[in-house]
Design a protein around this ligand. Structure first.
Ligand code: URA
Ligand code: CA
Length: 440
């Protein structure tokens, strides 16, 4: 079939066959289908949608466009987690070592941050010497010997996603359930794990702003897992404020070290989401009987320090100076020229926050990239001093900026003051967890 006829078919709301979907992916990656035709197809998919079967076919075609990692020689059920992206989301640096400390095998390939969201690789690189680009042999060795490794994606993992994502970014076709689901799942399936826990974010800092949209995406990704024979579960969690208090690379590593050292209270949102994800992973790996059992094990790995040791060992095996990863020394990685408080302009209650703008403010200080070429300053960022629902007086600090380069401080302050709404009465409390989606 000519590609123009395939576009017409999808634009008319019809299903594409698996052969047509495979032809589209291979044709586009090979450069036989031009960007203008693919753009029209992506817009047709955005507007008309795809069935669960079409989405699974698209996922598999994309997955097979490049290298597929085989981890079957490693012992145990290989566990992975993935977040759809958030602000102050330090869960990987907590959950991956904790699950390993409970006997799990965590083999994870992570990404970098772009725009307002942070990336685990950038956080790991804030530790001197830590190299996230590891060979497959080294990746396997770290997983085998330490139970956990988190590294950068290998160069040729899902080239179809790299090319399609770049086109979606400039054609307003990112926000589509089948396109996001196939993009995320093709990478997860290609990186070789047996069981995958997805953390689908919803709120002002997420792609899926409403819980309903987030649930639709979560269900579609879990369905893909079922259709291709991989264990997948999803949790839907809140991104209406930064998940942790820290937004910035070394600052988030510090928060992870604090959590793994038992210095963060169990009612903290970051702690709760880490427990939820860890519990799913342990149960999918057959390492815990139920949620209560899983949480007890995870808590024990915090109390004994076994989780922190897993993180230290992983970083050491990746060439990093793991001696910094203790509550006593971690502050050294967060040393900056100036700390600047951002005070509340009025008395009242923190009604709501726009997490996306808080992430952007941290990026302005040098914690993130606006373009792929921007250079990150590992120590800078911000630490929130309030949560939604807190009462504040005029002049109380809403957050503290960690600053080296002062060029954009005023802009960042204005961004933050616009992002944190203070009112006479508290807003409606949003839940931390909206639901869990498991395979039927
Ligand atoms: N993250 C991805 O990897 N792909 C998307 O399409 C959206 C978020
Ligand atoms: Ca948004």
């Amino acid at each position: 079939m000519r590609f123009v006829d395939m576009i017409e078919k999808k634009a008319g709301g019809q299903r594409l066959s698996s052969a047509e979907i495979a032809e589209m992916v291979t044709g586009y990656v090979a450069g036989e289908i031009p960007d203008y035709q693919m753009s029209a197809m992506l817009m047709a998919i955005l507007q008309r949608g795809m069935t669960a079967e079409e989405t699974a076919e698209l996922t598999l075609s994309m997955m097979h466009s490049g290298d597929v990692v085989d981890l079957s020689d490693l012992p145990g059920v290989k566990l992975d987690k993935h977040s759809t992206g958030g602000v102050g989301d330090t869960t990987t640096l907590v959950v991956a070592p904790l699950v390993a400390a409970c006997g799990g095998t965590v083999a994870k390939m992570s990404g970098r941050g772009l725009g307002h969201t942070g990336g685990t690789l950038d956080k790991l690189e804030s530790i001197p010497g830590c190299c996230v680009e590891q060979s497959m042999e080294s990746f396997r060795r770290i997983v085998r010997e330490n139970g956990v490794a988190v590294i950068g994606q290998t160069g040729n993992l899902v080239p179809a996603d790299k090319k399609i994502y770049a086109l979606r970014d400039v054609t307003a076709t990112v926000r589509s359930v089948p396109l996001i689901a196939s993009s995320v799942m093709s990478k997860k399936l290609a990186s070789g794990s047996d069981a995958i826990v997805l953390d689908v974010k919803t709120g002002t800092g997420a792609f899926m702003e409403t819980p309903e949209e987030a649930r639709a995406l979560a269900e579609r990704m879990v369905d893909i897992g079922a259709l291709v024979g991989r264990r997948v579960a999803a949790v839907i969690t809140d991104m209406n404020q930064p998940l942790g208090m820290a937004v910035g690379n070394a600052l988030e590593v510090r928060e992870a070290v604090q959590l793994l050292s038992g210095q963060i209270a169990p009612d903290d949102p970051l702690y709760e989401v880490c427990m939820l994800l860890g519990s799913q992973m342990l149960r999918m790996g057959g390492l815990a009987a139920d949620d209560a059992d899983a949480r007890n094990r995870l808590r024990a790995a915090i109390d004994s320090g076994a989780g922190l040791e897993k993180l230290q060992r992983m970083v050491a095996m990746m060439g990093g100076e793991s001696a910094y990863l203790t509550p006593e020394r971690i502050d050294e990685l967060c040393a900056v020229r100036r700390h600047i408080d951002v005070p509340a302009g009025e008395d009242g209650c923190v009604v709501s926050m726009q997490a996306e703008r808080i992430g952007t403010a941290a990026q302005m200080l040098g914690a993130g990239r606006a373009t792929k070429e921007d250079v990150i300053d590992p120590a800078v960022g911000l630490v929130m001093r309030v949560r939604c629902g807190d009462t504040v007086r005029r002049g109380d600090p809403l957050c503290t900026l960690y600053v080296n380069d002062e060029t954009r401080v005023e802009e960042a302050k204005a961004m933050l003051l616009g992002a944190i709404r203070i009112g006479a009465h508290g807003g409606a409390a949003t839940p931390m967890v909206y639901g869990v989606v498991e395979s039927k």
